[in-house]
Design a protein around this ligand. Sequence first.
Ligand code: PMP
Ligand code: GLU
Length: 400
Amino acid sequence: MTSILSDRINQMEESATLAMAKKARELKMQGIDIISLSLGEPDFKTPKHIQEAAKAAIDEGKYFSYPPVAGYQDLREAIAKKLREENKIGEAKAENIVVSTGAKHSIANVFMCLINEGDEVVIFSPYWVSYAEIIKLAGGVPVLIEGNLENNFKATASQLETAINDKTKAIIYSSPCNPTGSVFSKEELEAIAEVVKKKENLFVIADEIYELINFTGKHASIGSFPGMFERTITVNGFSKGYAMTGWRVGYICAPVSIAKACEKMQGQFTSGGTGIAQRAALAAISGDQGPSKEMEKAYLKRRDLVLGLIKDIPGFKTHIPEGAFYFFPDVTYFFGKSVDGFKVNNADDFCLYLLDKANVSLVTGEAFGAPNCVRISYAASEEELIEAMNRIKEACAKLV
Ligand code: PMP
Ligand code: GLU
């Protein structure tokens, strides 16, 4: 039967993270006691002073009309100042900033503006689920370079060098990384920058949305390196570090021509991001950073807790994540094992098994380009994490 829908949407994969979160939500609504470790979403509330700023903005009554497409000027200036002072991106000015409805929207704008049909984009894999689908939607071809468990899932500059050809238009990575929690060091990024600089018109999309959850204490922005400002689109947002997923505010810092293109794209698709949410974002970026630091500390404590619990489950192989709030263990040990007639052939089956028998939702590594792994989000309470890992351990012991 011919579909009434476009080839574009028929060819697109559903977001695996959101699909698993939806499934977990539906099971919870049926009264099943699901522990959801599938969605990459802080379990903390948005800090009070940010909430208050949004309330004050409503009371002021000034932010109910269409905001400027690229974002309020004072917010763009505050973002540029942060990038200059904290990220050492010395050239960043308000004109380089475009505020969007979440960093996902920022990334979509960037690819829609950079990619022509057939252009290649190198993705450092494992990678966040949405990169490849957005690239394909824009007509591009994702090219994966793969890190593995032994090198903390970090693909290297020399792998990048071999992947680049005449068609390569951009590269994208996240650091701290979703789904692996790995963090690129300054030296690793410098080596990547050297490769990028060898090719004209090659751009780096540096997804730094987990910047504020970094246990190494060192965050490096590739856009701050000599000669890299004009080649880098730094992506960031408020969802993770300020626990503001539902407010939907993200941004880019890009060379002016790219920033203007994204503004034009956004002007036809969504217009400026929600006014009140932007006022909250301004309070987040220019106000007290204490709550973000406290959340980072809590994530570190949970990381150590979950690390201990994972090590206690025979068959799980993991590295030690240095940021974000994910573990990404290799679970190949369980492939081929069965219980009650159900055979686990791959990571998808393993996640379905755990959802069904342990009532814990994880996300299959398949969606992140690593079919031997599963992603565990530890943005959950310590009690939930302990209970979830116990349930997983029990369910895994039954697989023979
Ligand atoms: N990049 C990465 C690596 C992410 O994990 C997410 C998760 N949501 C995003 C971008 C998009 O974030 P948001 O749209 O909530 O700002
Ligand atoms: N980025 C988060 C995740 O990876 C939120 C869901 C999404 O937007 O993909 O789970």
